[in-house]
Design a protein around this ligand. Sequence first.
Ligand code: GDP
Ligand code: MG
Length: 438
Amino acid sequence: SLSDRLQDTFDKLRGKGRLTEDDINVAMREIRMALLEADVNFRVVKNFVARCKEKCLESDVLDSLTPAQNVVRIVLDELTVLLGSTDSKLTLAQNRTPNVIMLVGLQGSGKTTAAAKLAYLLKSQGHSPLLAACDTHRPAAADQLATLGSEIGVSVYRGDGRDAVAVATGSIREAVDHMNDIVIVDTAGRLQIDEEMMEEAVAIKRAVRPDQILMVVDAMTGQDIVNVVTEFANRVDFDGVIMSKLDGDARGGGALSVREVTGKPIKFVSMGEKPDSLEVFHPDRMAKRILGMGDVVGIIEQAQKVADEQQMEDAERMLREGFTMDDLLKQMQQIRKMGGLQKIMGMIPGMERAMSQMPAGMDDSQMTRIEAIIHSMTKEERARPKIINGQRRKRIAVGSGRSVQEVNQLIKQWDEMNKMMGKMRGMAQQMGGKGGKK
Ligand code: GDP
Ligand code: MG
């Protein structure tokens, strides 16, 4: 990660006493690389690095004992400011019913998904949203919105499904009739910006006068993001950005470009395909993500998200009846759901470094091997691993393409985990509770 790289750079310089401007230049080069790798626009990077350098030189960074940390702190603070520390809220007009929120963006950026997520969020806040299917160009678009709407229990207005502007105006009447206080207008996009798309967006805007226009931007968009948002800003204009697909590998450097180039705030980030994965934007977290630093807060929240009710029930059952191979499999799949061990490690500051010195730790490929072994067990064997005798072990080894030793090792690990469970069970019983009950 960047902080490691900087640490290394400065470690080399230790013993030289005071750092020089040249040393800072070396650090700035690292930062420039990290930002470019995160797909921040090169012009944005250039200006940003120049500003950071100035700050680094004017403060007492050069004389400090921990120059790397100081440089990183300055860069993080600057990034956070740049990403916008204020106005990440959805501002709705008090005296207008319905309020209208319009979504724009390229095709595939995540507009329709974001429309449903926004509806879900607003509904959970006590609003009564209506979704308007104004992407009339692709036949399946309205169906997609209708499906999402029915999943979250929000009505979808489709009108005649032909004229996008007519659907938009019709949706307002529909909202008035049905007492919906917010209309969310989903619009069409193209793979590239084109005249027709822009004109249609402008026409819808003129017809329904949205209180908020949000541009949905795919976090994976590379350098081209600057042109795309600039064009939308000039043609339809928008009030804020929803950054989608941040659950993927994207570092989110585009967020920085968007903010720097248009001055528009990022209001939400979309972290998956489920309706509840729309989150309020946190500039400080995004700054860390862009620089590739640990996001401890993020890990904890992700962990909490996967700890759903099913898991509570599982935990109770495991305490009661013991731990099966299926449980082990499920645990590993939970880790994968959080993005894999590698990713989790990468989110903890300094962890990558520690892991590289400790090759014995369990990595993703080891998890894959264990999964293969468990998959080669029968249902009965998974539920009651005690019955796995020598012959069965041989069969499982052959079936999974692993060695008998590996199978033995897994069963031994399971046995130890189960003993631990047993002890916990005993403790829980002594305390008089059933253990783990909500
Ligand atoms: P639209 O063309 O702008 O309406 O884009 P869609 O909402 O149809 O999304 C395009 C694709 O991206 C779909 O397959 C979505 O499921 C997916 N998608 C949208 N938002 C996210 C997100 O935040 N994370 C992930 N992983 N996928 C997303
Ligand atoms: Mg769509």
